[in-house]
Design a protein around this ligand. Sequence first.
Ligand code: AMP
Ligand code: MN
Ligand code: MN
Length: 323
Amino acid sequence: MKQIIQQLKNSRSVLIASHINPDGDALGSLLALGLAMEALDIKATLYNESDIPAVYRFLPEIDRIQNQISRVHAYETAIILDCSNLDRIGRATDIVTQIPMVINIDHHTTNTRFGERHLIDNKACATVELVFRLLKEMAIPISTAMATSIYTGIVTDTGSFRFSNTNASAFAICNEMVQLGVKPIHIAQHLYGSYSLGRIKLLNQALESIEISNNGSLSLMTLTQKMLKETGTQPGDAEGLIHYARRIEDVKMAALIQEQANGRKYNAGEKNYHVSLRSDGSIDVAAIASTFGGGGHPSAAGFSIESTIKKIKETIKAIPELN
Ligand code: AMP
Ligand code: MN
Ligand code: MN
């Protein structure tokens, strides 16, 4: 942490980025650290390749996040947040590899330890916990805007304090954020109480798609571009749907197979899919996702694959842990 702080203090211009299809932790850590850099008079470019999901647009300063960066800009330092590998930031990966100092701040068990400096702790409930520790170490005062981002990162990554990554720090930090002016009801309203009607209709279609197999231990959910179109929703509206598949009794692992938007077709109708995996704790889905080139946490992980829905389902059903 000391080396990271020294590096930041010596930088005039930093690039901060987080993973594609961002969640509350990816956006919360990006904003909290970005605002902190501003407090230190360091010029920070905040980057995320994807559209910001509607539920996160309430976050203060969210418009500071840009989805493009110029190749020519001379960044001295890059900070990559909530990414188990560098590719997770998407198209900007090759720009970042040209930046002399890459700082990797993350809490995934499958982190590949890319970059020159690491602040990696898989016991941290969220990447915002690590950002919070960094801000404390640097004695940067936490503004209400920063507190809102930190609180949101913890609430979303812990599934509102329900998942196995919920630790004492999750409560301690959130307590401090509330003392600093965060209103839990206000954030909960944005995150969970203001769904579009289309999102509820998408939920309906997603629930209809559920298939149970492997003696009840596996639950498969499917989401296609057609379903998004019919309900007028965006990929970000799919966040949280997989929990419905996971919470069915006896289910050990749930998989959400989600068709991606690039529209490219491959051999024999193959398309690009993102597969999200969740487990009840008895199966390490990070290890399973790793075998498909992805990663994540023991009970929440994912990977991308070019295939057909039928073949992906067969592959998942054949996973040894479920047989
Ligand atoms: P998701 O599949 O998007 O629901 O993500 C579940 C968890 O797995 C998150 O912590 C992600 O950051 C991680 N994850 C998802 N896809 C990948 C991937 N392709 N490579 C590495 N980690 C991933
Ligand atoms: Mn994340
Ligand atoms: Mn995270």
